[in-house]
Design a protein around this ligand. Structure first.
Ligand code: FE2
Ligand code: FE2
Length: 167
């Protein structure tokens, strides 16, 4: 992983759905935080394993929050690919679970400074998360966003015309 202290979020990730965009942005800030911790420890600063774990776990816990927001939106709009989309979310959680299993052994050393092996594991998690969020937003989320906006526009148009129509 290159040095990624800068904001990893890009304008191309915008769906024009405010709440969802804000949550997406937050995932990239988690990855930036992880990259900064890696950089700090590489440059000789002492970073404890516990500091990393708090941030890594956010890749999982914030996903619960985000998936709940997104899935309820998809139900509300009766999105045709709802279950397919949920499956893809579940695959992310399974993969994150696999990665966190690999760093379980560090539990005994939460107060210890990180070592090179730990950094390698952490970078693998972060790289996975970064490319997963990027691909998922651009391929899957953009697709439902188009649908939701189309339905929203049609609904607004219908309401607009029915308002003025005779009883
Ligand atoms: Fe999604
Ligand atoms: Fe999303």
């Amino acid at each position: 992983m290159d040095s990624k202290k800068e904001n990893l979020w890009k304008v191309k990730y915008l769906l024009d759905i405010k709440k969802i965009d804000k949550q997406h942005q937050y995932f990239f800030s988690i990855c930036s935080k992880i990259a900064s911790l890696c950089d700090m420890s590489r440059s000789g600063k002492q970073v404890r394993i516990g500091q990393f774990l708090v941030t890594i776990f956010e890749l999982r816990s914030y996903a619960f929050k985000h998936f709940a927001t997104e899935e309820s939106l998809l139900v509300k709009y009766n999105y045709p690919n709802l279950f397919k989309h949920i499956e893809v979310h579940d695959m992310y959680l399974e993969k994150i679970h696999e990665f966190t299993n690999r760093i379980k052994k560090y539990h005994e050393h939460i107060q210890a400074p990180v070592d090179q092996d730990f950094i390698i594991e952490v970078e693998a998690i972060s790289d996975f998360a970064l490319s997963w969020w990027s691909n998922h937003i651009l391929e899957n989320d953009k697709e439902y966003a188009e649908f939701v906006k189309k339905v929203g526009r049609a609904k607004a148009k219908k309401e607009h015309f029915s308002e003025g129509s005779p009883e």
